[in-house]
Design a protein around this ligand. Structure first.
Ligand SMILES: Cc1cc2nc3c(=O)[nH]c(=O)nc-3n(C[C@H](O)[C@H](O)[C@H](O)COP(=O)(O)O)c2cc1C
Length: 430
């Protein structure tokens, strides 16, 4: 099995990047390489800055991103990530997508969008956009928050995003632009960069077209890590939710990429629902596995087994009661931090799935609905609602994962598409 091995997120900017940029990009990327003295090593930040940004100023060496929680708008916010980190110490956490324009226009208000607690490392900021200047500025503005990787969204089919010029998954149709975008992002940060994309768009869905995209982006920019949501996107007006279920999963494309681009790293995403499947994907060669909906809808069982079953490390060792106690301290400290926001409902939202399929779950949600009307602290909210959950649920530790579809990827070898060879056109273009 190929691993990320020796993954060190604090990679300094190297001249290799600028050579690639100079040699390959048609735009004068240096224009977009903003004041790089700002992309300093972590240790060179002053004490005042360290205090200001509240980030740990130590060189960080995390375990590799063998498992990550997907970026999910309105779901993987600070509150969810706080809960997720209490359950798993090693899962990599992605933020929701943040538009480069939002970062740029809110530059005097950045904590609200970019701040997170140091415990959330390793954490990846996902940005979206289609304007090189704004992507450069947004990356630079995000630097002082010390995200561990910058990810660029090329997979979102939402009409709000995809219909907004060339943004989200539509960018897969313009790999040259994505190469340029990744170059400006990389030129303005000293952490690794990655792309999250689909396997195709509408009828641009052949394996060869996917390979052309990967080939061009990786040749034109320092991008070495791709996260592949293994279904194409349909831009015919179906909802984003349908776009996560209707187009069929084609894992064989993902495994084809592993074979055809041995110098790149690939994380598989889409339809993976439990830890056994994560391990099966890794055993079949995936460098990393990203899980979205399952990590949100059933955080205790999905994330609770990551540290032991994926990383071979001890589990967090906490019961649900202990996690709730810690979460309560967090919740009460941020409630109403920005005027009326966050609201009690925002903070409790990720917990609504914490007792998934357990006895008392339905009653706890009904009590929660009532408690939202009058509780003013998380402490009082929990006192009023958690009586619905039996002690046996509150005090049990994380169960071992049930056996699942361990054979999900077992026939990949026989399904692989023919090997890719870049055509002369593609090579010349890159
Ligand atoms: C509510 C929701 C919001 C999402 N928002 C984003 C996003 O901001 N950026 C992104 O790249 N993908 C987004 N996705 C897609 C997920 O990252 C992931 O690719 C998709 O859900 C497939 O993985 P899964 O089958 O494990 O859920 C979103 C998915 C959901 C369910």
């Amino acid at each position: 099995m190929v691993n990320f091995g020796g993954y060190s997120p604090t990679v300094p900017f190297t001249p290799v990047c600028s050579n690639i940029i100079k040699n390959h990009c048609r735009l004068p990327i240096n224009i977009y390489r903003r004041n790089l003295t700002k992309s300093r090593s972590v240790s060179s930040y002053t004490q005042a800055e360290q205090l200001h940004y509240k980030a740990p100023m130590v060189a960080r060496n995390y375990l590799p991103p063998w498992f990550s929680v997907a970026p999910m708008m309105d779901w993987t916010d600070n509150h969810y990530r706080t809960l997720a980190r209490l359950i798993s110490k090693h899962a990599w956490l992605y933020t929701e997508m943040l538009a480069a324009e939002t970062i740029v226009y809110q530059k005097d208000n950045l904590d609200r969008f970019l701040e997170y607690s140091p415990e959330q490392h390793p954490i990846v900021l996902q940005i979206g956009g289609n304007n090189l200047e704004n992507l450069a500025k947004a990356t630079e503005l995000a630097n002082p928050y010390f995200y561990d990787e910058m990810n660029f969204n090329c997979g979102c089919p939402s009409p709000k995003v995809a219909g907004h010029g060339c943004f989200g998954v539509r960018l897969m149709l313009d790999p040259k632009f994505v190469g340029e975008a990744m170059s400006v992002i990389a030129a303005n940060t000293n952490v690794p960069v990655s792309v999250k994309c689909r396997i195709g768009v509408d009828d641009h869905d052949s394996y060869n077209e996917l390979c052309d995209f990967i080939y061009k982006v990786s040749s034109l920019s320092p991008t070495k890590h791709f996260i592949i949501h293994s279904r194409k996107a349909l831009l015919n007006g179906i909802s984003p939710a349908d776009n996560r279920t209707i187009p069929p999963l084609k894992y064989e494309y993902f495994y084809g990429l592993l074979r055809d681009f041995p110098d790149l790293r690939f994380t598989i995403n889409g339809g993976i629902t439990d830890i056994n499947e994560v391990n099966a994907a890794r055993s079949a060669g995936a460098h990393g596995v990203m899980v979205g909906r399952a990590a949100y809808h059933n955080p205790w069982h999905t994330l609770g087994n990551v540290d032991t079953a994926i990383y071979g490390a001890p589990s967090c060792g906490l019961t649900r009661r202990q996690i709730i106690e810690k979460y309560q301290v967090y919740g009460d400290s941020v409630l109403g931090k920005y005027g009326s926001k966050p609201h009690m409902r925002d903070i409790v939202k990720p917990l609504l799935h914490f007792f998934y399929s357990e006895p008392g779950n339905g009653l706890w949600k009904r009590k929660a609905d009532a408690a939202f009307q009058h509780c003013t602290t998380l402490k009082s909210f929990f006192e009023e609602t958690l009586v619905a959950i039996p002690d046996s649920v509150m005090d049990s530790s994380i169960p071992r994962p049930p056996s699942g579809r361990e054979d999900l990827f077992s026939n990949m070898e026989s399904l692989l598409p023919p090997s890719y060879e870049a055509s002369e056109d593609v090579v010349l273009c890159a």
